[in-house]
Ligand binder design. Structure first.
Ligand code: NAP
Length: 347
């Protein structure tokens, strides 16, 4: 694309914000023109305001950008938000009220009636809700990082066999808690069996995402979810052990087949951030593992393995996803690509 679309990143100095900067510095359609964060960072060059800890070097142009306030007087009309949830709700509403299109990682607007909660391969049709929003701009939300891996795995199973109930136990990476995150003395040689607010998100969000639009609103999918969330000493990559009761009884081999064959609209449209395979299935007994598989599909593929019969439910399996790429910045960029391709961002 000759003229790239200008975008701004709110919360650009944080864990998700840095991942936005890393992924967008070589994006074919979008170009970061502005970065914004808290008063602690405002006025400083981006390189000084952030503690850059991405693997690739910081883009020299973005390094020099002066960090702005998170106020709706930015030039870019497309806003990626990696804001702390303590402040995201109000700031994102102000931007939407002023005509900006905000694509957010924060939880605040995820359950607003007309705000789509989107995984592009799972529920692209929910984007139509934007037309019913009262803001002159729009807000679109990206789900919680654990929800994304889980719901991508559920989608082909839900569509083909129906789901009655599910139990999920997560082992979540440290980067999921933002930078600098949990103190090293609390997490090294340890597992913390509590992540504030996480279980509720995991028990609610998949039902909205797998819901159907009827009479201009989302009717939530009807199945029960029980979640237990743990923080483990892994840097990136959330692993989740899932047990499922299905509506239609099928063999593990049939379930593996629909997982392997699954593709979504981003693959059909060949969107730049879409992985060729949204789901990669492994037959090895000890796969998937965070360190080995989190970067598959440039961090956008979800890895699944150990699918077998369960003696309490019907089947069980393990799913792994990269929490700051597929679970945050990468997922949000894929939403923006879909919005652009479907004409929601103008020409
Ligand atoms: P983080 O590392 O703590 O970064 C938070 C960002 O918000 C920083 O840029 C910070 O700027 C900014 N900020 C804080 N207070 C502000 C204020 N009063 N005004 C303006 N900016 C303010 O958090 P994170 O992990 O990147 O998470 C960002 C959001 O994404 C959260 O809502 C989180 O729940 C969500 N999320 C995170 C993940 C993940 O894997 N980490 C996954 C999915 C969703 P300063 O540096 O200037 O303080």
């Amino acid at each position: 694309m000759k003229n790239k679309l200008s975008v701004a990143v709110l919360g650009a100095t944080g864990s998700v914000g840095q991942k936005f900067v890393e992924l967008l510095s070589s994006h074919p359609w979008f170009q970061i023109s502005e970065v914004a964060a808290s008063d602690r960072s405002v006025g400083k060059p981006y390189a000084e305001a952030t503690n850059w800890n991405m693997a690739s070097p910081l883009d020299s142009k973005i390094a020099k950008l002066t960090v702005k306030k998170c106020e709706p007087n930015l030039d870019s009309k497309i806003i990626f938000s990696g804001l702390d949830a303590k402040v995201a709700g109000e700031i994102e509403s102000e931007f939407a009220n002023s005509g900006y299109t905000v694509i957010s990682n924060a939880r605040n607007h995820r359950f607003d009636k007309n705000v789509p909660l989107v995984i592009p391969e799972v529920n692209p049709e929910h984007l139509a809700l934007i037309h019913q929003q009262e803001w002159s701009g729009a807000i679109i939300t990206n789900p919680n990082c654990s929800t994304i891996g889980l719901t991508l795995a559920l989608k082909p199973i839900f569509d083909n066999f129906g789901i009655e109930s599910l139990n999920v136990v997560t082992m979540q990476a440290i980067s999921g808690g933002g930078y600098p995150g949990i103190p090293s003395m609390d997490i090294l040689d340890n597992v913390v069996p509590f992540i504030g607010g996480e279980e509720v998100k995991l028990e609610m969000e998949p039902k909205k995402i797998l819901g159907e639009i009827r009479e201009n609103e989302i009717k939530y999918a009807e199945f029960k979810i029980s979640a237990q969330c743990n923080r483990v000493p892994v840097l990136d990559g959330h692993l989740e052990c899932v047990q499922l009761k299905l509506k239609n009884k099928v063999t593990p081999e049939e379930v593996k087949r629909v997982l392997r064959e699954f593709k979504g609209l981003p693959q059909k449209l060949k969107l730049p951030t879409a992985p060729e395979n949204p789901i990669i299935y492994f037959e090895e007994d000890n796969y998937p593992q965070p360190r080995i598989h989190r970067n598959l599909g440039r961090g956008m593929s979800v890895s699944i393995g150990r699918l077998r019969k369960d003696s309490l439910f019907d089947i069980k399996f393990v799913v792994l996803s990269h929490n700051t790429i597929r679970g945050a910045a990468g997922g949000t960029i894929l939403i923006a690509e879909l919005l652009k391709e479907q004409g929601f961002l103008g020409n």
